[in-house]
Design a protein around this ligand. Structure first.
Ligand SMILES: [Zn+2]
Length: 387
């Protein structure tokens, strides 16, 4: 099946009241595993590449300093990988750019084959955020690509996205933002937080979600609501990492119950990244503990060294730099690398499978209209008529 834009999936989420996870991928094996587990559960899938993850997939191991060129190359790599896996798949799949930082990064993603982009103008003054987002919507919608914006500031760290304290989204501003920009989806700030240290017993301000949803219904405006920074940070995985010599502390996620409440209040898309990172890191640590002879493997021994050097880290990108061809293109040169690929795939499937069930996404693949980009571009002409 061809990749679809985000819009028809969000329409189905609203119509049938299910939550849809957006899962971040930083390696070919992660993309393959995310697709396979959604297929198993007959669920539609959103694969997300973060702006800087595109740099990493472009071969920039020092991805925090990725240039536009790195991102262009990486967007193409991840686009090609996902398209290849999607071709033989019977479920609807969206490839979405997470936290696009400027217009050019969004263009790079669209050129690479992304079918949905986020433009994060949340650090800009309200009017400037609207201006920038409108510009991206115009470019993207003309190509049938959907757009997500962001309003309000989340606390926490997600690549370059950092802010000292959270500022909740004003529901009135959110409605105005939808009206003036024509975005398909909007990330709001209502108590979630990026990273693995979200604080204990976080309660989400679902009132914000309900207020926006209610006003949108009255005005007859379409708009999906997105929950960023929504990893659950499973305690059993953190405990297992620390049991294997890891040094993770102060790790708290959002509880499944809070997320389910948010879905009922009107959240449509839930972004998850940290849970995947944790499960993959644990699997690799466990593998080297179970097979100590692998610690000296010519092809993957360096991964073990990195795991040992950085015991407080849990971002697989930090550990996978010795096998960049595998990360970027899915190349598997020998059995040792294949074992690491298995660690990655199993980690993804464990946490993503859990959330497909908890978010009620299973069995919903056939509820989503299969719209190709050309058809979506035509529809956007009518939808955006009054912008
Ligand atoms: Zn985010």
């Amino acid at each position: 099946m061809s990749l679809i834009p985000l819009r028809p999936l969000m329409e189905a989420s609203m119509k049938y009241g299910f939550g849809q996870g957006g899962f971040n991928v930083n390696a070919a094996a992660q993309a393959k595993a995310v697709i396979e587990i959604h297929e198993m559960f007959r669920a539609p899938a959103i694969l997300q590449g973060a702006d800087l993850a595109n740099g990493f997939m472009g071969g920039k191991t020092d991805f925090m300093n990725a240039t536009l060129e790195d991102k262009r190359a990486g967007a193409k790599n991840i686009g090609n990988v996902v398209k290849k896996y999607a071709q033989n798949s019977h479920i609807p799949i969206v490839l979405h750019l997470d936290h696009g930082r400027d217009f050019e990064s969004c263009v790079a993603a669209i050129d690479g084959g992304y079918t949905s982009v986020m433009i994060d103008g949340s650090s800009l003054p309200f009017e400037e955020n609207i201006e920038l987002t409108r510009e991206v919507v115009k470019y993207a919608h003309a190509r049938g690509v959907s757009v997500e914006g962001e309003l309000g500031v989340l606390a926490g760290v997600e690549d370059h996205v950092f802010s000292e304290k959270s500022t909740y989204t004003n529901p009135l501003d959110a409605v105005t933002f939808f009206q003036k920009t024509g975005v398909d989806a909007l990330a709001i700030s209502y108590g979630t937080m990026h990273g693995a240290s979200k604080g204990q017993n976080v309660k989400l301000r679902k009132e914000i979600v309900i207020a926006i949803r209610e006003c949108m219904n009255h005005l007859g405006i379409f708009g999906a609501l997105v929950s960023h920074g929504s990893s659950t940070v499973p305690k059993y995985i953190v405990d297992e990492i620390n049991g294997l010599g890891g040094q993770l502390s102060n790790t708290y996620g959002i509880s499944i119950e809070e997320l389910q409440g948010a879905i009922h209040a009107g959240i449509n898309k839930i972004n998850v990244d940290t849970d995947i990172r944790l499960a993959v890191t644990r699997n690799m640590k466990e593998f080297f503990a179970n097979y100590p002879e692998m610690q000296n493997s010519p092809s993957i021994g360096e991964i073990y060294e990195l795991l040992e050097q950085k015991k407080a880290a849990f971002d697989p990108r930090v550990f996978l730099t010795p096998i960049m061809d595998t990360v970027m293109y899915g190349v598997i040169p020998d059995e040792d690398v294949n074992a690491i690929v298995q660690c990655i795939e199993r980690g993804v499937k464990e946490v993503v499978g859990t959330l497909i069930v908890k978010f009620d996404t299973y069995g919903k693949a056939s509820f989503v209209e299969n719209v190709i980009l050309e058809e979506m571009a035509e529809r956007y002409k009518t939808i955006d008529k009054y912008l």
